[in-house]
Design a protein around this ligand. Sequence first.
Ligand SMILES: C[S@@+](CC[C@H](N)C(=O)[O-])C[C@H]1O[C@@H](n2cnc3c(N)ncnc32)[C@H](O)[C@@H]1O
Length: 267
Amino acid sequence: MKSMKLYTNVQRIHNELAALGIARDAALRVDQLTPFDQYHYYGTDAIDEALKVLQLQPGSRVLDVGSGIGGPARYIAARTGAHVTALELQPDLHEVARDLTARCGLSSRVKHVCGDILDGAVVQNYDAIISFLCFLHIPDRTRLFSACRAALKPEGVMYIEDFGKPRALSVDEAEALAVKVQCSMLPWWNEYETHLITAGFHDVSMNDVTGAWKDFTASRLAMFRNARLRNLELHGQEMVDSLDDFYGTVAQLFQDGAIAGLKIIAR
Ligand SMILES: C[S@@+](CC[C@H](N)C(=O)[O-])C[C@H]1O[C@@H](n2cnc3c(N)ncnc32)[C@H](O)[C@@H]1O
């Protein structure tokens, strides 16, 4: 996983908070974190879009698969009163997430679990699953969607943001994706739908958001490069070069039409 540079130096969020004058152990509000704790595109706007579909109530049970440093889970819990299980594979991200959630006073509503969705690491009976930009790391869709199906109540709903394959890839593109994005399998549109239906999902709705994600990844790179001097001072050379490489790779892949952006709802 650490060949994907978004996942190295995850303590950079502490540098950002320190730059705002927030002490290392100070209490936090969710809105102070959202500029830095969302590892997907369009931040909380993307989550608000999901919430319109999910119609969560206080007390609803949500599983966030691949929860990163916990941004979406905290935002959903704070916004809706739902109980969120935040499942994250990488221990360092999980630890940062748990600390931030505790400092937001949300530990009773966001439960952080460190584990792999493929290992059946979570209990069942969820009303909803959300997963933002995690499934692209998991080539075994049969095991993945069967674990998701098992975790949901029969009437449950799953909201996914993921990559898809818009065309055949060159060798260089496939290698950049596999090494720098930890994505060794991109499904075609119809293949994706078939995997979900085979696992027992129905009412599958697939939405192409490639254009919006191409714009987002291009402007993320431009903004990061414009702020290079500030970022060097705050985070140091190694972190800035790593993130620049990662943001640049993803922006180029979208620019070249090598990946598609998908928002998927399945019941
Ligand atoms: C791009 S990040 C997105 C994090 C979060 N969803 C967000 O939007 O801020 C994807 C996350 O999925 C996690 N992940 C990848 N494979 C996983 C697996 N098999 N089980 C649990 N988490 C996984 C990665 O470690 C990573 O933190």
